[in-house]
Design a protein around this ligand. Sequence first.
Ligand SMILES: C[S@@+](CC[C@H](N)C(=O)[O-])C[C@H]1O[C@@H](n2cnc3c(N)ncnc32)[C@H](O)[C@@H]1O
Length: 230
Amino acid sequence: MVRTTPWDRFAKECPTFYIATHTRWRWNEEDTFWRSGERTVQFIWDHVYPRLARRFLAIEIGVGIGRLAVPMAQRFVQVKVVDHSRVMLEQLRLRCARFGRPNITAFLDTAAWDTEPADFIYSALTFQHISELATIEMYVAKIARCLRGVAFLQFDTRPRSSFERWREQLPEQWMPRTWRMGMRRIRRDADVLRTLFARHHLPILEELNPDSALHVFILGAPTPAVPASP
Ligand SMILES: C[S@@+](CC[C@H](N)C(=O)[O-])C[C@H]1O[C@@H](n2cnc3c(N)ncnc32)[C@H](O)[C@@H]1O
């Protein structure tokens, strides 16, 4: 049976709105959406470039329709992108053709995307939508298996407020779109994440914006290296 996810529906309805809600005041202008991706990639790049030894393979986890992968693909020979929504990946393929990015290869989350050594692995606006910590740990374990360079992973680590707890009790149909299941941002305890990275031997090289909605962990390759999966 083909699996469907809330993100399949979001991708059919209006992917630019659901992916980058911060551009929603002009969400129907695709230009704003793609420009926000270029700015984010430049921000990522400024923080990781000095630490990158090679620029052969990058991997993005939670690619959406390629807001970040399209500009990132100019900086690497190959970019593998992962998502758990088939519809997002179909839409991504259309954008890759439109923007001329043949070096982007798309993988469903269940496929073997972690079999080759990666120079760079990044993820933004994705882990905050994953409710199960076990799923995040699965990604961290796979990152540890294939990372040979640097990873840039963004999480929402704002402390959970009483408002946050209250709104989780509301019936879905009363909630605005951005609060609903799948779309809602899930806040993580930063210490739990630090323990998770340590369990998989991924050293934290730097943290940006700690305890915020845009908390970034810059990680190095595992020490000692974890053997790549067959
Ligand atoms: C807000 S969008 C961000 C897309 C892209 N990173 C960007 O910044 O433009 C979140 C993406 O994560 C994907 N996603 C959600 N849960 C996921 C999971 N468990 N594994 C992989 N991707 C997931 C969604 O399908 C969606 O494409």
